[in-house]
Ligand binder design. Structure first.
Ligand code: SF4
Ligand code: SF4
Length: 914
């Protein structure tokens, strides 16, 4: 379509509005209620224009563009009416122009010559400052509805709405309460869209020098964010979202939007340090790298590296290359071992690829979502928004979780099995699918193997037996099977989290799920798929880059032709056998198999189970080199500390949960002498090589992250078509993307599986857990994450607003149990297991079953759930059983001061009675 605006021609696609034409040309026209990413609301009437041949002054946002239209924004009548509307609009603002330079109103008012006092507002409204990151200043509100639409239609939360009528109308929460008392999750979607600054961050604004598009450093959703960089090189708190070609499509959660402050934390370590006589001493890079290289060279062959799933792909690639080329070992691992190793292993066995098969958008296309052992609202909030969108489209939502998570309130079916009984549940569902003729036998026949053996293994899993084992009514199990196999429309997505994997039978749990997808054929087409929700921002990429002991980069096997390929590229062949996983490395510290470790961006002394045991093990190391942003529990035991750059201070890529490789860009320089991880590791590799007499040529002479990426792409076939330059040009792309002209792959397994046929693997219901409740330890402990903290809290504890939202460790327990124990919400309690104890505060909730408790594994006030957890692990994937262990609870009478229990966590001593 061609039309003319203010005498300038413009071309538009069908379906566009006149406002699109105006904005395409960059013509300044007020549009106060129009969010650039959303459909028009038509509420503010400030975008009025004149159109030749048309009566009146229509609102451009609601006017469909038509071929040949002649539009004027400067026509006297349009300008007159618009000015009058703006004058009325500004009468709603106590200062007439919006707050603190945030507002678009001020600019529009000035442009229309409305300086000076306007009408006087009749009513005065309270400011709500109860949220930690932002205020709702109603005297700066023009009731445009952008915020309520953002909360309702975008985030699907509905925390705020228009209250009252006429001139007393205002934005508020149900019951006219404070926002802090509402269901508001502090996502900031409303703040980002407010055109006047009525909703604005509490942080005092500063001029923005530039904007840098990058990727969120928190969870595996991998939302695109735009970092606003202030004149003083600090990141402004109000990060906005990146273009819609990224995975978040304009949505963020509280951490992505507000929690980048850790980058500027005062306790960042900004100089390399070595420890002498028990004290840390700042030294030069040369001195620190030499000390680290010396220690590692002494223990070549008795060495392990823990790479960071928070660092970039390029960082991870160089770490594994150091291990395989210089240290002659495959002992390199990362935190996937502690979250999704059973998923990855089971998918590699059954499909031949260890990644999510679908794209996020498929959750919104599917007719059924079965969400198992995952609390997306807390862990992957932007994915949870997509689940809520699917609900409004009529998809069946099945939530399976021992804990009543937030999504259960909206689900069609909530199944609450006893912990550790997943195989019985899913095998019984499989039997229903087969017995009721719901299987996709064409798919089974053409695309799978092992069907008959698997079918035979299901014989004992009748609905009655499954009900007895799981505690789930047989009718619910059958209903879930029917909806998953035959959704009301499109396909089904199977989504799971660590509730499935962090068990001693994690691998069986994962296989029992994958078998369901194979027997129903619910994968390989849009609107279906299998999705292990990945925890950390780059846990997918860290594994892709080769930071796992079981495979070479790109999950390539230790077989002669592949080893030869790597030898040609690296000038040295990697050892031909798998190395130690992280849990084995920790044990190796005790038996001498590991005497030196290189720990990058991880804190195993917070993330390992049974922390007292892990601490004893790590303390045995002769050389511990830690590379990080902060001093932490593991670093305290280190010998050399190498200060690293944060995500906002370096170039590179992250790969999210849907296999999308996305750019990470430097927005600010690293503080002090901190350096990008890849640079530090490469320097270390060269120095170790010299000491062990290895000629590594120019293997570690990298000039840039992009050069590292190119080397990685040459060696990993499924990334062969990617480069920084292409990602900059086209935005994030999903692997497999084998060639430069390949568009990337939104969903896997359309025609075949990487291993050929999909493989059914019989899953066995073993004992529910390695440690079950008994009279001494009568409760089952379940652990997980919180919305307001991330993982152990190393980053989020340094963000004041998050600490305000979740300042102390809360132990969720059922009211019936609390009554017996004589505790109320807020009472201090002590939780003990056979391995240690911690102090926290009771929170009574029916979200947990009677006899079960839940503790997040963030460390707050010296308390961390992993002092309690059990290191018993799945024999195959080696994942520890974080989700189940036996504990007891007692009320603590200790004095409470400033929100903390005076009696801090006390590690269990060996001579303590059980
Ligand atoms: S911060 Fe998010 S949840 Fe809270 S009111 Fe705004 S949009 Fe709604
Ligand atoms: S959902 Fe995850 S990736 Fe997205 S903004 Fe939140 S923490 Fe960041």
């Amino acid at each position: 379509m061609k039309l003319v605006v203010d005498d300038r021609p413009v071309e538009l696609d069908p379906g566009a509005t006149v406002l699109d034409a105006v904005n395409r040309l960059g013509v300044p026209l007020p549009q106060l209620c129009k969010d650039p990413d959303r459909a028009p609301l038509g509420a503010c009437r400030t975008c009025l224009v004149h159109v030749e041949g048309m009566r009146g002054t229509p609102a451009a946002c609601h006017l469909p563009a038509r071929e040949g239209m002649i539009v004027s924004t400067t026509h006297p009548e349009a300008a007159r009416v618009r000015t009058a509307v703006l004058d009325l609009t500004r009468s709603m603002l106590s200062d007439g122009e919006g707050r603190n330079g945030f507002g678009q109103v001020g600019a529009a008012v000035t442009r229309h010559g409305l300086a000076g006092p306007g009408f006087t507002a009749l009513h005065h409204f309270e400011t709500d400052a109860s949220k930690s990151f932002f205020v709702l200043d109603r005297e700066a509100c023009i009731l445009c509805g952008r915020c309520t639409t953002a909360c309702d239609d975008v985030q699907k939360i509905g925390a705020i709405s228009m209250l009252g009528r006429g001139d007393t109308m205002k934005v508020g929460v149900a019951g006219d309460a404070l926002m802090s008392a509402s269901v508001c999750t502090s996502c900031g979607q409303c703040v980002a869209t407010c055109p006047t600054g009525a909703l604005r961050p509490k942080e005092v604004p500063a001029p923005i020098a530039r904007r840098v598009e990058t990727t969120c450093p928190y969870c595996g959703v991998g939302c695109g964010i735009t970092l606003n960089v202030r004149d003083d090189h600090r990141l402004a708190v109000m990060a906005d979202d990146a273009p819609a070609n990224q995975s978040s499509e304009g949505m963020l959660c509280v951490k992505g939007r507000f929690a980048t402050g850790f980058v500027h934390a005062r306790d960042r370590i900004v100089r390399p340090m070595v420890k002498r006589e028990g004290q840390w001493h700042p030294v030069s890079w040369d001195e620190a790298l030499d000390a680290a290289a010396e220690g590692l060279a002494r223990h070549r062959g008795r060495f392990g590296a823990l790479a960071s799933a928070k660092a970039t792909n390029e960082d991870g690639y160089v770490i594994q290359k150091l291990c395989r080329v210089v240290m002659d070992t495959n002992n390199v691992d990362h935190c996937t071992r502690l979250c999704h190793s059973p998923s990855v292993e089971a998918m590699l066995v059954s499909m031949g690829s260890g990644a999510t098969s679908n794209s996020y958008i498929d959750y919104e296309r599917a007719g059924c979502l079965m969400i198992v052992g995952a609390d997306a609202s807390a862990n992957h909030p932007v994915i949870a928004i997509r689940f809520r969108r699917a609900m409004t489209r009529g998809a069946r939502i099945i939530v399976i979780n021992p804990k009543r998570v937030e999504l259960c309130d909206q689900a069609d079916l909530f199944i609450q099995p006893r912990p550790g009984t997943d195989v019985a549940l899913f095998n019984a569902m499989a039997r229903v699918i087969l017995d009721e003729g719901l299987a996709n036998l064409d798919f089974v026949g053409a695309r799978t193997e092992g069907f008959e053996e698997w079918r035979a293994s299901l014989a004992e899993f009748t609905l009655e037996r499954a009900e007895a084992i799981t505690g789930v009514p047989a009718a619910d199990i059958a209903q879930a099977a029917r909806w998953y196999a035959r959704p009301p429309f499109a396909g089904s997505c199977l989504i799971w989290g660590m509730g499935i994997t962090q068990h001693t039978n994690g691998i069986h749990n994962a296989h029992s799920l994958l078998n369901l997808s194979l027997v129903t054929g619910q994968l390989g087409v849009p609107g279906s798929g299998i999705s292990p929700l990945r925890g950390q921002n780059n846990v997918q990429g860290c594994g892709d880059a080769g930071c796992i002991p079981t495979n070479l980069p790109g999950y390539q096997h230790y077989e002669p032709t592949t080893l030869a390929k790597f030898e040609r590229a690296w000038g040295a062949a990697p050892p031909p056998r798998p190395g130690l996983v992280v849990t084995e490395m920790v044990e190796g510290c005790l038996d001498g198999a590991v005497q030196a470790m290189y720990v990058v961006g991880e804190n195993p002394l917070l993330s390992e189970p049974d922390l007292n045991h892990a601490t004893k093990a790590i303390a045995q190391l002769d050389c511990l080199v830690v590379q990080d942003l902060f001093m932490h529990e593991t670093a305290e035991l280190g010998h050399v500390f190498l200060p690293a750059a944060a995500f906002a201070e370096k170039e590179g890529t992250f790969t999210n949960s849907e296999r999308r490789v996305q750019r990470v860009r430097a927005a600010v320089p690293p503080p002090g002498e901190a350096r990008p991880d890849w640079w530090i590791t490469a320097e270390l590799a060269k120095r170790v090589a010299r000491r062990v007499g290895l000629d590594v040529g120019r293997q570690f002479d990298f000039d840039s992250a992009s050069q590292i990426f190119d080397e990685m792409a040459r060696l990993i076939p499924f990334m062969g078509g990617l480069s920084h330059e292409r990602l900059d040009r086209e935005g994030g792309l999903q692997w497999p993307c084998p060639t430069a002209d390949h568009p990337g792959t939104p969903y896997l397994y359309a025609d075949s599986f990487p291993r050929g046929l999909g493989r059914f693997v019989p899953a066995v219901q073993t004992a529910a857990a390695a440690e079950l409740p008994d009279p001494d330890y009568p409760f089952v402990l379940n652990t997980g994450r919180l919305l307001y903290h991330w993982h152990g809290g190393t980053m989020t504890r340094r963000v004041e607003g998050l600490l305000e939202l979740a300042p102390r460790l809360e132990v969720a327990l059922h009211p019936a149990d609390a009554r017996r124990l004589g505790v109320e919400t807020g009472d201090p309690i002590r939780v003990s297991s056979r391995r240690g104890d911690l102090d926290g505060f009771a929170r009574l909730t029916e979200a947990v079953r009677p006899g079960a408790i839940f503790i997040p594994f963030v460390k707050l006030a010296d308390s961390a759930a992993n002092f309690l957890t059990n290191s018993a692990h799945d024999p195959s994937s080696k994942i520890p059983e974080y989700k189940v262990c036996a504990v007891r609870i007692e009320a603590v009478r200790a004095a409470v001061s400033s929100g903390r229990i005076a009696a801090a966590r006390r590690p269990r001593q060996e001579n303590d009675s059980p």
